[in-house]
Design a protein around this ligand. Structure first.
Ligand SMILES: Cc1ncc(C[n+]2csc(CCOP(=O)(O)OP(=O)(O)O)c2C)c(N)n1
Ligand SMILES: [Mg+2]
Length: 283
């Protein structure tokens, strides 16, 4: 049985008050309550403040390139589909640079859990607009305001029939812990978009701004009704829903690959004796 200390990594270098602390706490609490020990999961991250997340934990980890969390996470799942694989990314990392990978991971339904630290800004590079920055918001790079319409990751995910779609808030730890547990237990690609105040570079979407708007999705709401889920996903502005927006039980990608049906690739032996002859054909 693990204690919270078993998940402890390096001391975080995030700004005091950063929403990432709330996410880290909720994540550790969720893992402990699920009795998933550090050696039983792998976290893949990219570049950004969110990308530092696994440094502050003890677990298997791969910290790769900006925007490339999902291809690496997918590769790890295909090599060992008995491993719990979690991808952690910033809003820039996975909705901007890695947007194309996100679309195809959702479509493919690989059983990876994606937690997005959505501070609606490029934090690490000091405050440029990201795809989820609100239209009209001024930044050092967008002095006349953001011209592009804000990306809605929840509506995108419902449109792509993503297997599990949820939104949490870094300032509501108990609720977020519950969502993380549900995502981990769900069989299928899971996207949890986490509203995360960036106290240094986003002076619009503050703790106060979120607190005035977020509400828990009603208990009678049915996340399996896709049309209703699309309506829920479109809510933004004065009222922002947090909770499970959509869920389905589509078959996962891994179970449709014959070569890994009996055992994970990493536990299979390979006969490479015929390879030399094949390679020779290309000489
Ligand atoms: C391919 C590539 N493009 C751009 C960068 C520069 N860069 C590093 S972090 C970052 C933004 C990170 O923003 P986000 O993913 O939202 O994470 P946050 O820091 O806000 O948590 C950028 C543009 C990079 N390292 N690699
Ligand atoms: Mg960001």
């Amino acid at each position: 049985m693990s204690s919270l200390d078993d998940y402890k990594g390096q001391n975080p270098a995030w700004c005091p008050g950063c929403g990432n602390f709330g996410i880290l706490k909720s994540f550790k609490d969720a893992m402990m309550e699920l009795a998933i020990e550090p050696y039983q999961f792998t976290i893949v991250s990219g570049i950004g403040q969110a990308g530092k997340f696994p440094h502050y934990l003890k677990c298997n980890t791969f910290n790769g390139l900006h925007g490339r969390t999902l291809p690496v996470a997918s590769g790890i799942r295909l090599a060992d589909h008995e491993m719990l694989v979690i991808a952690v990314a910033g809003d820039g990392d996975c909705y901007g640079e890695g947007g194309n990978h996100l679309i195809h991971a959702m479509r493919r339904n690989i059983n990876v859990k994606l937690f997005v630290h959505d501070n609606q800004i490029y934090g690490l590079t000091k405050g440029q607009a990201s795809p989820t920055s609100m239209e009209g918001m001024t930044t050092k790079n967008q002095p006349f305001g953001v011209l592009s319409e804000q990306l809605n990751p929840m509506a995108l995910a419902v449109a792509l029939d993503c297997s599990f779609v949820a939104r949490g808030f870094a300032g509501d730890n108990v609720h977020l812990k519950g969502l993380i547990k549900e995502a981990v237990n769900h069989r299928g690609f899971s996207l949890v978009d986490i509203l995360q105040p960036c106290v240094t570079f986003n002076k619009v979407n503050t703790y106060e701004w979120y607190r005035q708007r977020v509400y828990h999705i009603e208990p009678e709401y049915n996340p399996e009704d896709r049309t209703e889920a699309f309506k829920k996903a479109l809510e933004w502005g004065q009222r922002i829903p947090i909770g499970v927006i959509y869920r389905n039980n589509r078959p996962i990608f891994e179970e449709r690959i014959p070569v890994i049906k009996d055992k994970p690739l990493v536990r299979q032996s390979f006969d490479l004796s015929g390879l030399a002859a094949t390679v020779k054909e290309f000489y």
